[in-house]
Design a protein around this ligand. Structure first.
Ligand code: PAF
Length: 287
């Protein structure tokens, strides 16, 4: 596993790749956990894969009052986790590498409608920042495949829309959310939770699971599902709800549950923001 600290080093590495290599990119902000390793495993299993994991804490996707300053930067332990996982290269660009003009005056990419809803409403710069950095990563690494985690369902869909709309020739594959033993979705931000808040955090997945069960038992009314999840979460004073919605893959609100429905939610627990989502699968005989 080679560590590439700049776009110049990346270019040189890329030039010497064996013919027929399939470059697969797993973009991350570091502070890696088992969920990231699952993305890496998926990438590595691709025939002829040359897997590149990028680690870059992107200033563009944090709001002025968000956690950019305190976001964990633990490169050595990240590299230790990746060693032996079959990764060909770890790309750790600097801010100057990705934004040579500086982020403030850099060209930005915005996916207007999808990127303004849900997370984009309370984190107004988030998706513009994500798209702007992911496009730079794609144009630097030039992968054939991009691997993303479904925990960030809206992010996956926004990046898909950007790539489709801008004719970016990359195949996007998403990997199901990896959860702790009690169901909490793995996230680099879970480490911000106190022991008590960690205990409360599990209520998010419990509420979403309750909705999955309800749909399995015949519930199809989206309003009722959303209200039940909200009521469940509202029992916990430490939780502040940002949104609970059932959406389709284009992030449009739905009235009735369909085969492509996703129940998505975001909450704060004493200042730590957690997101999660589940598919609301209908029994297969229903259309
Ligand atoms: O999901 C993340 O970790 C980030 O949003 C990403 C895709 C690496 C862009 O900075």
């Amino acid at each position: 596993m080679i560590v590439l600290n700049s776009v110049a080093e990346l270019d040189e590495w890329r030039r010497d790749l064996p013919a027929g290599s399939v470059v697969v990119l797993v973009p991350t902000m570091g502070a890696l956990h088992t969920g990231h390793l699952e993305l890496v495993r998926t990438a590595v299993a691709t025939p002829d894969a040359m897997v590149v994991v990028s680690i870059f804490v992107n200033p563009g996707q944090f709001g002025p009052t968000e956690d950019f300053g305190k976001y964990p930067r633990v490169l050595e332990s990240d590299l230790a986790m990746l060693r032996g996982a079959g990764v060909a290269a770890v790309f750790t660009p600097t801010e100057m590498d990705l934004y040579p003009l500086g982020y403030r005056v850099a060209t930005r990419v915005r996916v207007p409608r999808m990127g303004k809803r849900l997370c984009g409403k309370s984190r107004t710069r988030f998706f513009e920042g994500v798209c702007s950095v992911v496009l730079r990563l794609l144009n630097s690494v030039l992968p054939s495949q991009l691997i993303l985690g479904e925990k960030d369902f809206q992010q996956v869909q926004v990046i898909r829309a950007m790539c489709q709309d801008l004719f970016v020739p990359v195949v996007i594959r998403s990997v199901p959310t990896v959860r702790e033993g009690d169901g909490l979705a793995m996230s680099s931000r879970n480490r911000y939770l106190s022991v008590t808040d960690r205990g409360t955090a599990i209520q998010l997945y419990r509420a979403l699971s309750g909705a999955m069960d309800a749909v399995w038992s015949g519930e199809r009314d989206v309003k009722r599902i959303e209200n039940t999840v909200r009521a469940q979460l509202a029992k916990y004073p430490a939780i502040t709800i940002d949104y609970v919605e059932v959406v389709d893959p284009t992030i449009r609100k739905q009235r009735w549950v369909t085969h492509s429905s996703r129940l998505v939610a975001a909450i704060w627990i004493n200042g730590t923001r957690l997101i999660d989502n589940v598919p609301l699968s209908l029994p297969s005989k229903e259309s």
